[in-house]
Design a protein around this ligand. Structure first.
Ligand code: HEC
Length: 193
């Protein structure tokens, strides 16, 4: 009975050895890059959203979220050689459904937030093995700030104009009912290794 046990123990080590991934240093550098990429997305989108809110109010600013958010994510993806997007278990964009890794990552970040961690440091990353090879995965929490409530808050507190635009453009919208401090979603970053 001993041999099968030994094989069972040795096999994962062998497999890990064969498909040896990035070194600890390379991993840390990727995580640092992913933090920079998510920071760039937050800064650019946040800046444009704030400007549009000031100029046109929340109803007019919806187009920034609809058109600019995916464009900015694509620009940042190119700049950093990552696949960058925003997802949420209560998604507004029909393409924003989290996969299993993303859902688990957000749940973990929510737990850390509840345990008192500051929103700014709420990120996590991992090298995962998939049938298509190893991947670097990274998630950063996007906590709800008061300004977000204009479009993601309690429906009773969202203006009629915003509600009408959202209903017209996102008939499957799940992304309302949030209060400040909740995690609205994550920036999800991926790179095939
Ligand atoms: C002016 C309205 C508006 C405001 C303010 C706003 N959002 Fe959004 N949000 C949207 C729209 C519209 C979408 C869908 C964008 C798309 O089509 O990709 C969206 C999508 C998202 C998504 C992507 C996942 C999904 O549900 O599709 C996240 C994450 C998100 N918003 C977080 C935030 C956070 C955090 C704030 C505050 C800092 C915020 N939003 C403020 C309108 C808004």
């Amino acid at each position: 009975m001993k041999a099968p046990v030994l094989i069972a123990l040795a096999l994962p080590a062998l497999i890990a050895g064969c498909a040896s991934g990035p070194t600890a240093e390379e991993q840390a550098a990727m995580a640092a890059d992913a933090r920079k990429a998510s920071g760039a997305l937050i800064q650019k989108l946040g800046g444009e959203l704030k400007a549009a809110m000031g100029e046109k109010g929340p109803e007019g600013a919806i187009s920034v979220c609809k058109e600019r958010a995916p464009q900015i994510a694509a620009d940042v993806s190119k700049q950093f050689n990552f696949d960058v997007k925003r997802v949420s278990p209560k998604n507004r964009n029909p393409a924003g459904v989290p996969d299993a890794w993303e859902a688990e990552a957000q749940a973990g970040l929510e737990k850390r937030l509840a345990a008192g961690e500051k929103p700014e440091t709420l990120d996590t990353w991992q090298i995962v093995s998939t049938p298509a090879g190893k991947q670097f995965r990274f998630a950063k929490a996007l906590p709800v700030q008061p300004v977000c409530l204009n479009c993601h808050g309690d429906p009773a507190a969202i203006s009629d104009g915003v509600k009408a635009r959202l209903a017209a453009e996102y008939p499957q919208d799940k992304a309302t009912g949030y209060s400040a401090g909740m995690v609205r979603g994550i920036i999800s970053i991926k790179r095939a290794l």
